[in-house]
Design a protein around this ligand. Sequence first.
Ligand code: DC
Length: 232
Amino acid sequence: MIKKITIAIDGYSSTGKSTVAKQLADYLDYIYVDTGAMYRAVTYFAMQKGYISENHFDKEALINSLDEITVGFEKAKPFETADVLLNGKNIEAEIRTLEVSSFVSPIATVPEVRRKLVHQQQLIGKQKGVSMDGRDIGTVVFPDAELKIFMNASAEQRAKRRYEELLKRGDKVVYQDVYDNVVERDRIDTTREDSPLIKADDAIEIDNSEMNLEDQFHIILQLAKDRIAGRI
Ligand code: DC
């Protein structure tokens, strides 16, 4: 039987982590988990309840209602991506807005939120054969992952990609707002006390500012194959 490994893909926002994590999972027939979507789902819940808005965040109310939140995934056609579910309802489209992006980093600083989601992520990945992307996968969720990738790209390049993605969805956004959001999320994600975004010592760093998706996939796939075969 072919050995199954755990693949942890961390890095800055909008570096294409989810794209490559998904490509790897498809190719290797692994489970794919977008952990950012889980934090976004909790953020959407907090927004719906009025716990977070511009200049207001009722952390205690969110912590007290964490038991009311169930985050899940369901396969979505036509590309067999995984859509996120909040209490059984598909909210994939709702969590990708710039508004959710602007509230998600403060929500992800809350240790109680992290504990709940990390526990769920560890259960999903228990059997190995998982490709998971996020900020703390190689450092906190799976410190023993066989393959750890840390993705980076210039803030300008990331903002440009995100901006184009939002425009394609039909969202009315201004480039500068998207850029500011990318920079602000970097700041919060790297400086928070609980599980900040840092490169694990044994992670391989990939800067994809000048790389196309296909080249990036082949580089990381080769690393995964080498790990599976025990070559590196
Ligand atoms: O990957 P993303 O941009 O969808 O993630 C949204 C936010 O969630 C990100 O700004 C930080 C947070 N996050 C986190 O703190 N830990 C993770 N494992 C994944 C995401």
